[in-house]
Design a protein around this ligand. Structure first.
Ligand code: GLN
Length: 487
């Protein structure tokens, strides 16, 4: 059952081939048996999952239930879930039971999806390897000596190891697309404002965006249908009709103009990864698309601009964790200052502290113009690059990440090497554009992701192109060999 896609499972539930309760039990058993190898879950909500599954079965029996009804999914532990611990991968929130649901969670509940639990992540979504979680690293199901990518490593690994049908995730600088690429699954970061950020713990508010991770573009479309909505509770949510992404998948790519940016194939890109991506582009060309060489000249400035803006915004967002209102509080504080200092000192890990320090510095009087304002100006130039490119192409494609999954500790001592992991994904967030990653090949038996970047609100076009590619290729149907043999 776990080999079936969301679309196939939805059909099976309608045909009464199995019930949601059976399906949910099957997934819970797999998590019990296998997740010790991957550590993709922080919390498993067995009892409520079975309860939700029984409710879904009733709704399915009545007929007319949404496609997601009865489908076992999991949420990144950054989304608030009522009555369930929401840790954000941090000791700071280890004791935090959310009193309400994030809008994304609420939307999926309304459609009858069953929550299996909460997935592991880099602390406060800061990282590209899932090595910064308070709950320990997540392991890549393709090679457990390697990282799954981050920060949504748990959400990507859970889908790759078939421990959830699909998952929710968030992407501030690449955290949906990069782990999806490294784990051989499909992931979509929507346009900024397409999906509500309400109830999603804030990292860098002008960049954060939620999206799905799943086994195929079709499954992503079904998930996005539910996740996307206008939400008056999020002031940056956009009041624009949500198309039915699932019914927009059948257009041929004939005539699609694909922009191939020179800057995404230069120095730093692993040669074997480049070959895989070139082959994927040739495949799309043979399907009728045309390849157009383009330039995105400000690409080299994306990582430095991001590492001013994201820490600046995180230093403001994370000031709320003060040991007073909720979250970790130190023992026996002597006074208020001691309470702040020790609660934050004990509650946050090294990477979070590093970012708060950088961000506080960048925002301090006298430095604001030199750093934050400058970075915002660079951000505008990056956006302009994309807008100029989209005058002559429909979609931009290239690698999602510079190389396949790397070994644990490989970039541990060098934050800058780690930051370069996101060199191809970060510009998209700075511009607020949608981006998607799908499996396009293997290098040393490790997955490589093809990235597609669209114009604002072109999610349907991206999903359609990705689906058409997946109709012609089977990379998205490959599984890690350790799971291939298992019954
Ligand atoms: N890896 C990037 C960072 O560490 C992006 C993280 C994200 O998208 N949440 O900030």
């Amino acid at each position: 059952m776990h080999r079936l896609t969301l679309a196939q499972l939805a059909e099976g539930l309608r045909q009464r081939q199995f019930s949601s309760e059976e399906l949910t039990k099957h997934y819970l058993d797999r998590i019990k048996k296998l997740d010790q190898h991957y550590n993709s879950y922080i919390t498993v909500t067995e009892e409520s999952a079975l309860q939700q599954a029984r409710q879904a079965d009733k709704r399915l029996a009545e007929g007319g239930a949404p496609l997601l009804c009865g489908i076992p999914i999991a949420h990144k532990d950054i989304f608030c879930t009522e009555g369930v611990r929401t840790s954000c991968g941090s000791r700071m929130l280890d004791n935090f039971i959310s009193p309400y649901n994030a809008t994304v969670v609420e939307n999926l509940i309304n459609d009858g999806a069953v929550m299996l639990g909460k997935t592991n992540m880099d602390e406060f979504a800061m990282g590209s390897s899932n090595e910064t979680s308070y709950y320990g690293p997540v392991k890549n199901p393709w090679d457990t000596n390697c990282v799954p990518g981050g920060s949504s490593g748990g959400s990507a690994a859970a889908v790759a190891a078939m421990l959830a049908v699909a998952t929710t995730a968030t992407d501030t600088g690449g955290s949906i697309r990069q782990p999806a690429a490294l784990c051989g699954v499909s992931g979509l970061k929507p346009t900024y404002g397409r999906v509500s950020r309400w109830g999603m713990i804030a990292f860098a508010s002008s960049l954060d965006q939620a999206g799905p991770i799943a086994r195929s573009a079709e499954d992503l479309a079904i998930m996005l249908n539910s996740m996307a909505s206008f939400d008056p509770k999020d002031s940056t949510s956009i009041d624009r009709a949500v198309p039915d992404y699932h019914t927009h998948l059948s257009t041929s790519v004939k005539g699609l103009r694909i922009g191939v940016p020179e800057e995404y194939f230069g120095e730093g890109l692993n040669p074997a990864t480049a070959t895989v991506i070139q082959q994927a582009l040739k495949e799309l060309e043979s399907m009728g698309a045309s390849l157009v060489n383009i330039r995105l000249p400000h690409t080299p400035l994306a990582v430095p601009a991001y590492y001013v803006i994201a820490p600046a915004e995180c230093s403001a967002n994370l000031s709320r964790f003060d040991g007073v209102r909720y979250g970790h509080r130190c023992d026996n504080p002597t006074d208020l200052e001691d309470l702040y200092k020790r609660s934050r000192g004990e509650g946050f890990g090294d990477e979070v502290k590093r970012r708060i320090l950088v961000g506080t510095y960048a925002l301090s009087a006298g430095y604001y113009d030199a750093y934050y304002r400058k970075a915002q100006q660079v951000r505008r130039l990056i956006k302009q690059d994309f807008m100029e490119a989209f005058e002559s192409v429909d979609v931009i494609m290239g690698p999602t990440s510079p190389s396949p999954a790397f070994a644990f500790g490989a970039k541990g001592d060098d934050p800058v090497a780690m930051y370069l992991e996101d060199i191809f994904t970060i510009a998209t967030n700075l511009a607020g554009l949608p981006g998607l990653s799908i499996p396009a090949g293997l290098v040393d038996n490790k997955p490589v992701g093809l990235q597609m970047i669209g114009n604002y609100f072109d999610e349907a076009l991206l999903l359609n192109a990705a689906h058409q590619f997946q109709l012609q290729t089977d990379w998205h149907q490959r599984h890690p060999s350790s799971l291939e043999e298992e019954a």
